[in-house]
Write a protein that binds this ligand. Sequence first.
Ligand code: ZN
Length: 156
Amino acid sequence: MALRNIMNYQTDDILRKKARVVEKVDGRILTLLEDMAETMYDANGAGLAAPQVGVLRRVIVIDDGTGLIKLINPVIVKAIGEQQEIEGCLSIPGIYGLVKRSEKVIVRALNEHGQSVELEGSGLLAQAFCHEIDHLNGILFIDKIIPGTIINQKQE
Ligand code: ZN
């Protein structure tokens, strides 16, 4: 396992690109997942998407405090309700803001054994699923901050 460099939104265009579907869950993908988990924990994050470590693959890791989730090719198949919570992002240090997300989502993906799984998340976990899957499409939470709620920690 190894720590990977986290891309920054001001300098790394890769964060704006669409990640490619993983065709085969091989050793490279498993290593990527392990490295991403280690990098996320090292940075005290709740989630990380592969483009954030410079890899344009549809791979995410999340830990909302209830355990590590590693997903390949995640897709939101159902979204219910609405919530507004403060978000931040390891690729956008110092900036936070209110973002509107679904209150509950069902996500379909492959696990690290290449098996199809469905996960349900609400609250913080739903927020994390939406945030990380957005990354796979080149979308950042700053695109969605509710006007007037932005907090720039560096200026305070
Ligand atoms: Zn992020």
